[in-house]
Design a protein around this ligand. Structure first.
Ligand SMILES: Cc1ncc(C[n+]2csc(CCOP(=O)(O)OP(=O)(O)O)c2C)c(N)n1
Length: 254
C-alpha cells in the first residue's frame, strides 16, 4: 500500500526525523523500541525538537538519549522525577518528561514519583511496565504478577512472601497533582495508535499547566520472561491486561 493513502494517524511504520539512525540495542520483540519511535513521532508532531528535554532512566532504556535528537539529562536510578522537576521549574517553556521502567519508578524511585505527582509538576511521565527488572537479569519488580516466574521468584511470585503486585497508575490517579493518567500498550497496531494519541495528550496537558501527565505502557520483556516475542505478546494479553486494564484512569480538565 502506498504511504500517500494512509492517514498520518494510522501510520505505524516509517522513521521520524527525530529518531537517529543508529543500531537498535534492544532485544527483538522488546516494547522499548516501539515506544521510542512513538515518542519521536509525538515530539515531531508537537514541533518540540528544540523545546523538549527528556530525563532518561537507569535500566534497559538508559541509552534513550542516543536515539532521539532532543536535549536530555540522565538521572540516577529512580531520581528522574526530581531531575525533571528542576528542569521544568527553571524552564517552564519546555516540554519536560521522564521515561522510567518499573524497577526505576515503582521500586527505588517510589518516593520521587509520588511527591512529583502530588506536587503536580507540569511534566510527562512515561512508565514502562514490563513486570520485571529487564537490564539486570529479570529479577522480580513491584509490578510482577502473582505466580509469575522471575530470576528471584523461580517458583512464581507469592503474595504472602513477596508482597502484592503494585497498581501504580491507580495510586497515581488518586493524587490531586495529576491531570491525565492513562494506561496503554503497544503489542498490536491498534494499541500503538492509541498510545500515540495518549502520549500526545500527555505532552499537551502538561505543557498547558494541567499538572502531571502519567502514561503507563504495559510492555513485554520477552528475554526476561523467557518467551518468544509473539509468545510474550500473547502472555501480556492473557495475564498482564486482566490485571492492568487499559484505558484512562483520570482526565482532569482544568
Ligand atoms: C542506585 C542503583 N541501584 C540499582 C541499580 C541496578 N539496576 C540497574 S537497572 C535496574 C533495574 C531496571 O529495571 P527497570 O527499571 O524495570 O527497567 P527495564 O530494564 O526493565 O527496562 C537496577 C536494579 C543501579 N544502577 N543503581
Amino acid at each position: 500500500m502506498s504511504s500517500e493513502i494512509i492517514a498520518p494517524q494510522n501510520k505505524v511504520y516509517g522513521r521520524s526525523p527525530l529518531l537517529r539512525n543508529i543500531p537498535m540495542h534492544y532485544c527483538p520483540g522488546c516494547s522499548h523500541g516501539v515506544v521510542h519511535k512513538l515518542l519521536a513521532e509525538v515530539l515531531q508532531d508537537l514541533g518540540a525538537q528544540d523545546k523538549a528535554v527528556g530525563v532518561s532512566p537507569v535500566g534497559c532504556a538508559v541509552l534513550l538519549y542516543d536515539y532521539i535528537d532532543i536535549d536530555w539529562a540522565e538521572a540516577a536510578h529512580g531520581r528522574a522525577p526530581a531531575v525533571a522537576t528542576g528542569l521544568k521549574r527553571s524552564r517552564p517553556d519546555m516540554h519536560v518528561f521522564t521515561y522510567q521502567g518499573d524497577g526505576d519508578l515503582a521500586a527505588i524511585g517510589t518516593g520521587e514519583i509520588i511527591h512529583a505527582c502530588n506536587r503536580g509538576e507540569n511534566i510527562t511521565v512515561i512508565f514502562i511496565n514490563n513486570a520485571i527488572y529487564g537490564m539486570t537479569g529479570g529479577q522480580m519488580a513491584p509490578t510482577t504478577l502473582e505466580g509469575m516466574k522471575t530470576a528471584t521468584t523461580p517458583y512464581g511470585r507469592r503474595a504472602d512472601l513477596h508482597g502484592y503486585p503494585f497498581k501504580v497508575s491507580e495510586m497515581i490517579a488518586q493524587l490531586p497533582g495529576t491531570g491525565y493518567v492513562t494506561r496503554q500498550a503497544v503489542h498490536t497496531a491498534a494499541t500503538v495508535r492509541q498510545t500515540r494519541k495518549a502520549l500526545k495528550k500527555c505532552f499537551e496537558d502538561a505543557y498547558a499547566g494541567k499538572g502531571t501527565s502519567f502514561i503507563e505502557i504495559v510492555s513485554t520483556c520477552n528475554s526476561g520472561w523467557k518467551m518468544t516475542p509473539s509468545g510474550a505478546n500473547q502472555w501480556l494479553v492473557d495475564n498482564m491486561l486482566p490485571f492492568y486494564p487499559l484505558g484512562d484512569l483520570k482526565n482532569k480538565e482544568v
